[in-house]
Design a protein around this ligand. Structure first.
Ligand code: HEM
Length: 394
């Protein structure tokens, strides 16, 4: 397997990781990324196959669990209750209970709220150039997921802070300060949700938390600790990626040859969104652990090896897509790996799509002349491929 090195925190890489992906493709669909000390897969069919392959998974077998410092115990305990870090049968039970509450009917019922919220945010746009990420892209997903769960809107800013501190644990340049902040956020977020779950037990409402409390499968319910971890997972996953999918999407639409108004017309919005998600997704890498010695596309891999699945590289694979490095919303080959596949396929995909599909057409219908006011740069973190800010003028 050919080795490539690339600092994931380097500025030019963070601004455009796609050149590096293309460079590694000369070695085939898999390469060894020395900075991560990990084999990484870039081919579309190979990434898709591994996402569905039960010989690999997210949960680390006990003998491969790496020691962690005592001061991050709270965060690790939270992670171990998260469905994203579990495999069947524990994963099947948790996911089944959540899917029962997170129904397509409940998601679809949020459309009116997303429309109203989008209009309210646009009403509040200033006349001066402003950051659309903070004023728009960040607001919609966090407020909508909070409302779905039943958490009051006033908590949105606090949820954003806790969530940012927790997901910073996945960034490449994590420090002791990052870890302390993540543990403090996990403690505070859990304490808040514990109180909130208790309240909902006493006075049920029609929100997702109440449904999660009642959800039962094969006589099994979520324990209190599982409920808290699941609510936090949904609140965090429910906005972090969508914020950047909207931000990256607006940036693409404002720099495309075809006008944003045209691309967000009702008959084109669905294909535009899928192309945004294919072309510049917010999450580039998820990992798996090999559960047995295996042959990985011609390369021997030992049980316990961690493998990087580069979703965003797979989306630019020329073996799958014609002119993969062009943003072409009219393309017929629209499949992508941005929501994963297999047992961990994103539970929130319908909600993320609904938010984008509702918010973007309203934005461009109300402000057809929206323009970038300066260069939109990506933030210096690889775990979320998203912009630092998105300065625009009306
Ligand atoms: C554009 C926005 C989003 C993107 C690109 C995205 C992407 C992903 C991906 C790639 C995975 C699979 C990870 C893996 O296989 O290791 C995933 C899982 C997950 N996502 Fe999303 N997501 C988005 C929005 C959301 C939203 C809005 C929610 C919640 C409301 C959500 C909740 C989840 C959950 C709970 C999982 C774990 C599922 C499991 O382990 O079974 N996501 N997401």
């Amino acid at each position: 397997m050919k080795t490539f090195s690339q600092d994931p925190t380097a500025q030019d890489f963070v601004q455009n990781p796609y050149d590096f992906y293309d460079h590694t493709r000369q070695a085939g669909p898999i390469f060894f990324w020395s900075d991560y000390q990990m084999p990484c897969v870039t081919g579309y069919s190979e990434v898709d196959a591994l996402l569905r392959d039960r010989r690999v998974g997210r949960e680390r077998p006990t003998e491969f669990q790496t020691p962690y410092p005592e001061h991050i115990e709270t965060f690790i305990a939270f992670e171990r209750r998260s469905m994203l870090e579990l495999e069947p049968p524990a994963h099947t039970r948790l996911r089944g209970l959540v899917v029962r509450a997170f129904t397509s009917r409940r998601i679809a019922s949020m459309e009116g709220e997303i429309t109203t919220l989008t209009n309210q945010l646009i009403d509040a746009f200033p006349d001066q150039p402003f950051d659309l990420l903070a004023a728009f892209a960040e607001q919609i997903p966090v407020i909508i997921i909070a409302r779905l769960l039943g958490v009051p809107d006033e908590m949105a800013a606090q949820l954003l802070r806790w969530s940012h501190d927790m997901v910073a644990m996945y960034q490449a340049n994590r420090t002791r300060q990052t870890e302390d902040a993540a543990v403090a956020a996990t403690d505070a977020f859990s304490a808040y949700m514990r109180g909130y779950v208790d309240e909902r037990r006493k006075s049920p409402s029609d929100d997702l938390i109440t449904t999660l409390i009642a959800a039962e499968e094969d006589g099994s319910k979520l324990s209190n600790e599982e409920l808290i971890a699941t609510s936090i997972l949904l609140l965090n996953a429910g906005h972090e990626a969508t914020v950047h999918a909207i931000g990256n999407g607006v940036r693409l639409l404002l720099t495309s040859d075809i006008s944003a108004c045209e691309l967000t017309r009702p008959d084109r919005i669905d294909t535009t969104i899928e192309e945004i998600l294919r072309f510049d997704p917010p999450l580039h890498m998820f990992t798996r652990i090999a559960y047995e010695d295996m042959d990985l596309f011609g390369h021997p891999i030992k049980r316990g090896t961690e493998i990087g699945l580069l979703l965003a590289a797979a989306n630019r694979d020329p073996a799958k897509f014609k002119t993969p490095n062009q943003f072409r919303p009219s393309r017929s080959d629209q499949a992508h790996t941005s929501f994963g596949a297999g047992v961990h396929f994103c539970i929130g995909a319908p909600l993320a799509r609904l938010e984008m599909k509702t918010a973007l057409p309203i934005l461009f219908a109300r402000h057809p002349d929206l323009k970038l006011a300066g260069r939109a740069e990506f933030a210096d973190r690889y775990h979320f491929h998203g912009l630092k800010s998105l300065m625009v003028k009306l």
